[in-house]
Design a protein around this ligand. Structure first.
Ligand code: ADP
Ligand code: ZN
Ligand code: ZN
Length: 822
């Protein structure tokens, strides 16, 4: 065992079947990525004569005193010069061969290098849980060992025999033996050498396919059968000649002995068949391709005519029929034997979307996301490798779905920030990875949105396709802006304006349905004046100051999270002197309480992370709402995404300001996107919709752009500002996140790193500054933002050196292209 490239975080990887293949005969060693916490290096192992190993194989190798899983990365024809060959240990076994489609390693490697993440961590994100590391090395006594023939063995070896004899099979995992007996490894080796015990590898439990009895019809001419038997044969025939035994038993209310009689007569056979554990939705009525509108048609024709790698921005307003275009773009691919990957922001929106895909493509649709059970995830993942044409719908990590024959990648709601992973590393953006993947697979990437991210908006080398109208020419709902300062002036201290109160009352009276959107953030947020709308901002950074309240009795502070400018919370508004200077924040729970108090007749359903945490709860709540069991759906961000509920006529936004003044350069973009999306939920059916947005800053250009449904002017205005300040999409950012249990140490380390970086300055350094929520789970968090001038990263810092400045008690994460800067 030996470490190579100890200093490099980037490891070159050969593709399976790549240039190393020809040398297989000469290769006696292999470099292995070992799956153990904290190991990111490659270790060299000897290949035993009886094993054939290729890059990409999953191996079991000895590591320290245990057996662990690992991935074969590279074959070697000679050992590293400074490594004595006798020190190299042997690979134990190959657990699984040829796991990855070609090009897959290139993709993972690119992610590792771009996001400065050890390859093994990328592999952990890409593989389903439990694939690595779950294979078990076990030890069992041989017949000789069981005989207890006297002879000298060491005390440790004797202890192991005694332990093994306690089980009927005389068989335990290495892990268990090592836990029970000190320095067991030597004793194990001794027993194996003496032929008293043998070791073997038990494949990962999850890889054991789940088997179930299936009944298969052999002969369906029905002489010499009892009426009961005839009935069973008939059922089986109508079901296509094959059924799971338990389903057949249930359907025919019969017993296994009746089936046995049919087996004996040679009519059927019963055999174990593999059943794949996959999430299955409820049965869904079939659905056919709709005849497209001219705009949809143009989009579809363009997409289907593309060959090789190409990128498409499908900019379609809410309700314009983007999903129908996706469906029809996928359909011919399946016929060509290709698969499609559809990424969606959050699981909250998948039930509806998945249903639409299932209605069109039936069981060719599979979902893949982290809310599945490990078994479901594993099986879904594994069946992708079969190469069957299929559609995978998933969240960001599904970008790593190992589909061998990929024809199309779609990112729906591509602007959504949940495509970006903040933690743990790699801090990848699924859009970025999707582009690389489409390049590698020579296929089309569709980015769909009603409110494209500015990155995608300015991106070149792409087809721009637009769906500017809603289906059936339904109008976008009118957006009414309510000035909450005026409400206060006129004596209304409720969180609901009179206009919204009226609209809510009408819902009840007209038996219509509405959505109430509440923006909710963590513990701190911006401070604004309820009399004049003034917002306290950083004098240096063009962002609003965040309210900090660390503990009871401590002074209330306002801070800038970019440069660490700070000030005390003033008692009065600096602009108008009003004492109503408040920080914002009102959760769904509070709003729901308020609603019940003011509108006791109104039936509401809360739809937020509290009420949707259990599996299936999204679907359950949305179904209840769709069935008309409530007037109002009250919730957070989850409501903005992809809901297509034709009966919703009212959309209310309690306080747009909570979004607008987040201390983040993306606040405007996010506000425009969120408000436009949430407004887009109204008026999708026959009845016209109506949107009411409450704000303390009605004159804000973003609010005006939302009111006019005007993406273009929003984008133009916002891009000007980004360009001036060199923020993305013009400049690029890297965020260093530091955290520690020790508040002083993390602050000092942040300072030391910032000073170190200052010397190299090819980039602008903002900070160090404490994170918006300074303490999370008892860890104090600081950050440093690096701003690069160009579109590329010319002279990136030496991260190894930067890391070496961190004491063990401080952890450092490098977030490339950060989205969440707070
Ligand atoms: P988007 O994804 O752009 O918000 P959807 O694809 O959800 O829009 O379409 C909105 C609604 O219009 C859906 O209920 C969908 O079934 C319907 N729809 C889409 N395309 C057509 C079409 N060509 N003809 C009739 N109805 C359509
Ligand atoms: Zn004021
Ligand atoms: Zn500042």
């Amino acid at each position: 065992m030996y470490t190579v490239n100890a200093k490099s975080s980037v490891i070159a990887v050969a593709e399976p079947g790549g240039s190393y293949q020809s040398q297989t005969t000469l290769s006696q060693w292999v470099e292995v990525l070992v799956d153990c916490p904290g190991c990111s290096d490659l270790f060299t192992y000897k290949i035993p004569e009886h094993l054939q190993i290729k890059p990409g194989d999953i191996l079991s190798v000895p590591f320290g005193g245990t057996q662990v899983g690992g991935v074969a990365i590279r074959l070697l024809t000679q050992t590293p010069a400074d490594l004595p060959p006798e020190k190299i240990r042997e690979v134990e076994d190959v657990v699984s061969e040829g796991f990855f489609p070609s090009g897959y390693w290139t993709l993972l490697n690119r992610v590792a290098s771009y996001y400065y993440t050890p390859l093994i961590q990328v592999i952990r994100v890409a593989l389903p849980p439990g694939l690595l590391g779950k294979s078990q090395r076990r030890l069992r006594l041989t017949p000789l060992g069981k005989e207890n023939i006297p002879g000298y063995i060491s005390p440790t070896a004797q202890q192991i025999i005694t332990l093994l004899e306690k089980t009927p099979t005389a068989d335990y995992s290495y892990h268990y033996i090592q836990q029970k007996i000190k320095a067991a490894y030597r004793g194990i080796r001794e027993l194996i050498r003496l032929g008293l015990a043998e070791n073997y590898l038990e494949p990962p439990r999850l890889t054991q396919p789940k088997l179930q009895k299936a009944v298969i019809l052999l002969d369906n001419s029905d002489h010499d059968l009892t009426p009961r038997q005839k009935e069973i044969v008939e059922v089986l025939r109508r079901q296509g000649g094959e059924m799971w035994q338990n389903e057949l038993l249930q359907l025919c209310s019969t017993s296994t002995s009746t089936l046995k009689a049919l087996v004996d007569k040679g009519y059927i056979i019963i055999e174990e068949k593999e059943i794949l554990r996959r999430e299955t939705g409820p049965a869904i009525a079939g659905d056919w391709a709709k005849s497209l509108t001219p705009a949809q048609n143009h989009a579809l024709e363009t997409i289907t005519s593309l060959t090789g790698f190409s990128k498409v921005l499908l900019h379609g307003i809410t309700g314009s029929g983007k999903t129908e275009v996706y469906l029809q773009a996928i359909s011919p691919l399946l016929e060509q034997g290709k698969s499609a990957l559809v990424l969606v922001p959050e699981i909250g929106l998948t039930p509806q979307l998945t249903d639409r895909f299932r209605a069109r493509f039936g069981n060719k649709v599979h979902v893949y996301h982290s809310a599945l059970s490990d078994g479901e995830r594993y099986d879904t993942w594994r069946q992708m490798l079969t190469g069957e044409p299929q559609i995978i719908i998933g969240t960001r990590s599904a970008i790593f779905a190992p589909l061998p024959n990929l024809g199309l990648i779609i990112l729906d709601e591509e602007h959504d920030s949940s495509f970006k992973q903040d933690a743990p590393i790699p801090t990848y953006h699924a859009r970025t990875v999707a582009q690389w993947r489409a390049e590698l697979e020579h296929c089309t990437l569709i980015l769909g949105s009603a409110t494209p991210s500015l990155e995608s908006w300015v991106s070149r080398n792409q087809q721009y396709l637009s769906l500017p109208e809603r289906i059936h020419s339904r109008p976008l709902p009118p957006v009414e802006i309510v000035d909450m300062r005026q409400e206060l002036k006129e004596g209304n201290r409720s969180i609901f304006s009179r206009k919204l109160q009226n609209a809510l009352q009408q819902l009840e009276a007209k038996q219509q349905q509405g959505i109430l959107f509440i923006h909710r953030r963590g513990h701190s947020t911006f401070v604004s004046c309820r009399s004049c709308g003034y917002v306290l901002e950083c004098p240096h950074c063009d962002v609003s100051l965040a309210y900090h309240h660390v503990e009871e009795g401590a002074p209330e502070l306002l801070r800038c999270h970019y440069c660490n400018y700070g000030r005390l919370h003033p008692p009065h508004c600096p602009e108008c002197g009003s004492p109503y200077l408040k920080f914002f924040g009102s959760g769904t729970q509070r709003v729901a309480q308020e609603l019940t108090k003011q509108f006791p007749q109104l039936k509401i359903i809360r739809f937020d992370s509290d009420t949707t945490s259990t599996k299936g709860s999204h679907r359950h709540l949305l179904t209840k709402f769709a069935n008309g069991e409530a007037h109002l759906l009250v919730g957070t961000q989850m409501l903005t995404k992809g809901l297509d509920l034709p009966q919703v006529t009212l959309v209310g936004v309690v306080a747009a300001d909570g979004l607008l003044h987040l201390s983040d350069y993306r606040a405007n973009e996010r506000t425009f996107q969120t408000l436009t999306q949430v407004a887009g939920r109204a008026g999708r059916g026959e009845d016209p919709g109506r949107v009411i947005i409450q704000t303390y800053t009605p004159e804000h250009p973003i609010i005006e752009a939302v009111q006019k449904h005007d993406y273009q002017s929003f984008a133009e205005e916002e891009l000007k500002q980004r360009q001036t300040l060199n923020y993305p999409p013009y400049g690029r950012l890297i965020l260093l996140r530091l955290s520690s249990l020790d508040p002083i140490q993390v602050q000092n380390t942040a300072q030391i790193i910032a000073t170190f970086l200052q010397d190299k300055a090819e980039f602008e350094i903002l900070g160090p500054a404490p994170a918006n929520i300074l303490r999370v789970a008892n860890r104090y968090r600081w950050q440093i933002l690096l701003k690069f001038a160009a579109d590329s990263l010319p002279n990136i810092p030496d991260w190894i050196e930067v890391r070496s400045l961190c004491p063990n008690s401080v952890s450092l994460t490098i977030d490339v292209d950060p989205i969440n800067i707070m």
